[in-house]
Write a protein that binds this ligand. Structure first.
Ligand SMILES: [Zn+2]
Ligand SMILES: [Zn+2]
Length: 161
């Protein structure tokens, strides 16, 4: 799927590769992503569309998310297990994921840039892309009794910072 979109592209409906003809549904999905903000799964997007009474089949949601990721308009965050999270490719950050509630915390990109600088200085290695996922337990889950997950809302709410 050829077209590459710069990571700093504005949050306007993106161009997709060939084969994406469901323009209206694509726009509904894009609008749902904007409303939800932060990190969404195909499930949360499908639920949001259903709430809006937009009848977009789940298969179309999956296909569109794949195409948007391939075009660079969306960033797909793939974890070792569980659903793929999607977010618009406008933010510059990495992710720490709670293994109890699946909540996502942002890692300041400046910290990751240190890795880039070190690789270049010590090994002459030129970084083209960094994808960091840190797994662990979030503050809320760590404080919860007996490893119970923090309230489920944490799993779908974007975590700021
Ligand atoms: Zn993110
Ligand atoms: Zn947690």
């Amino acid at each position: 799927m050829g077209a590459r979109t710069p990571a700093s592209a504005p949050a306007a409906p993106p161009r997709l590769g060939p084969g994406m003809r469901q323009t209206r549904q694509r726009h509904q999905i894009w609008a749902a992503l904007q409303r939800l903000g932060g990190h969404c799964t195909a499930e949360t997007i499908t639920a949001e569309l259903a709430r809006e009474k937009a009848s977009v089949p789940r298969s179309t949601v999956y296909r569109t998310l794949d195409a948007l990721s391939a075009s660079g308009a969306l960033r797909a965050i793939r974890l070792p297990a569980g659903p793929v999270y999607y977010e618009m490719s406008v933010e510059d950050h990495e992710h720490a994921v709670c293994q109890v509630c699946a909540g996502i915390t942002h890692i300041d990109r400046q910290l990751v840039r240190g890795v880039e600088k070190d690789l270049l200085a010590r090994h002459g290695f030129r970084t083209s892309r960094i994808d960091v996922i840190v797994l662990g337990v979030c503050q809320a889950c760590a404080a919860a009794p007996d490893g119970l997950p923090a309230p489920a809302v944490a799993a779908v709410s974007p975590v700021r910072g």
